[in-house]
Design a protein around this ligand. Structure first.
Ligand SMILES: Cc1ncc(COP(=O)(O)O)c(C=O)c1O
Length: 438
């Protein structure tokens, strides 16, 4: 089972997270409930930052906030002195309203709206990661109006495509993100920026994929990126920063490797070691080093708690445990067949007795959170705890079927607090209007 450093089964046989008994959490906050372990989040960010400092010395960590975005997480990143990656004006607005310094934000997106670029530049965003040629002109024009010079990175496509356990290297790049290095597109956009008055070329970015376990894919990406840096150097272009994106794999279920925080840092160390080697052997200046992990910072910090409702035993076929949430709070199984592990939080010390399927309450047959999991015998009112739901769950949640998005509670040192409050019926109709045609 995926118990993290700050999770355990207590003397009552209940799952405990951050020193708080999940049964007590449900008594206080009800279900469905996202629980986030604050100490785990801080522990990973600190460990990643320390690894960068100790093995490279010139760089930082940007939390990819698409994984989980709310004011509380930006406040944590501010306190931990991390950077952030945002992909919309909405994420940037949330960060700013939490007191996060926009100068420490990286703004990504394959189609940033003109209005979003204006919002970001006028609020002093630190770095924009350019993803298409027109963006250079749009940034230049906005900067002229605000008398600003905007630092940018170029999102490149190094031709390394990584998918969980395997990767391929390809010169043919078919992606909506980034500029291909092999085709010359990346060089073209850099040359364009070099001619612009208000756009400042700071460096390169790449992100080779998500949920990657094969570390050699990252090493290969560093090789390709530093080859490109060496080529640019020959042409008189200096690369001050290299951002290598995110993508470190986390344990969801079954055979997924299970790393402790120290082992996670081996991803970072491999990147910095390879970069140190490449800098020496390719005679390039040492770029500022940046990574952008999202899932590995918040994924395993999250557990979703649900109550068991209807139990349907289709004799000889399948037994369904229906929960009070589903695809509205966790779209990943329906979206890409993601697999999860779970326990019955109030029977966490009991052995599995029967194979059941945990189904959501939404009007979609595909709304199944876990197919065929062995659990102790369940009854109505039991609490199901699904692990590794901290990344891309709350941030992808919806009000489908006009279900509520569950609240988010942070736990730490035996205490709990809301990070996101429960929705109300009033929230559901807040923007609905009954107007006549005009
Ligand atoms: C540009 C970029 N950076 C960082 C990330 C974060 O990746 P992960 O959550 O897998 O670490 C993503 C994820 O899609 C991304 O597109």
């Amino acid at each position: 089972m995926n118990y993290r450093e700050t999770m355990n089964v207590n003397e009552k046989g209940h799952l405990q997270i951050g020193g708080v008994d999940c049964v007590d959490l449900v008594a206080k906050y009800s279900t469905p409930l996202y629980v986030m372990d604050e100490d785990y989040i801080r522990g990973v960010v600190r460990a990643f930052r320390n690894t960068v400092a100790n093995t490279y010395g010139h760089g930082n960590v940007a939390y990819a906030s698409k994984a989980f975005s709310c004011k509380a997480i930006y406040k944590i990143m501010k306190e931990e002195d991390a950077n952030i990656d945002v992909v919309s004006a909405g994420e940037l607005y949330t960060a700013i309203s939490a007191g996060f310094d926009p100068a420490k934000a990286y703004f990504h997106g394959n189609n940033k709206l003109v209005s979003e670029l204006e919002y970001a530049i006028s609020n002093g965003v630190g770095v924009i990661v350019v993803d298409n040629l027109e963006e250079v002109d749009i940034i230049d024009e906005i900067c002229a109006r605000y008398s600003r010079k905007q630092k940018v990175l170029i999102r490149t496509n190094p031709g390394v495509e990584a998918h969980t356990h395997t990767f391929i290297q390809t010169a043919k790049v078919d992606s909506k993100f980034g500029f291909s290095i092999a085709s010359g597109d990346a060089l073209e956009v850099i040359n364009k920026i070099k001619k612009s008055d208000n756009v400042y070329f700071r460096g390169l970015h790449c992100h080779i994929g998500s949920q990657i376990f094969d570390k050699s894919a990252f090493a290969l990406a560093v090789e390709v990126m530093t080859d490109f840096i060496a080529t640019l150097k020959q042409q008189g272009v200096e690369v001050e920063e290299l951002n290598l994106g995110g993508g470190f794999g986390v344990h969801y279920s079954g055979d997924d490797p299970k790393f402790n925080i120290k082992e996670y840092c081996e991803y970072v160390e491999l990147l910095t070691d390879t970069l140190n080697d490449c800098v020496a052997k390719k005679h390039i200046s040492k770029p500022y080093f940046m990574i952008e992990p999202g899932r590995s910072i918040v994924g395993e910090a999250g557990v979703t708690l649900y109550s068991v409702g209807a139990i349907k035993d289709i004799k000889g076929i399948r037994k369904y445990l229906a929960i009070d949430g589903g695809m509205t709070d966790n779209i990943r199984p329906a979206l890409y067949d993601a697999k999860y592990e779970a326990v019955i939080a109030n029977k966490a010390d009991k052995a599995g007795e029967e194979v059941v399927t945990i189904a959501g309450k939404c009007c979609e047959s595909g709304d199944v959170i876990i197919k065929d999991i062995c659990l102790p015998k369940a009854q109505r009112g039991d609490i199901i705890a699904v692990f590794t739901t901290g990344a891309y769950n709350y941030s992808m949640s919806s009000n489908y079927n006009r279900n509520f998005v569950p609240p988010v509670v942070f736990v730490s040192g035996g205490k709990s607090k809301y990070a996101v409050k429960p929705q109300t019926f009033e929230d559901l109709v807040r923007n609905d209007v009954e107007e006549d045609y005009q």
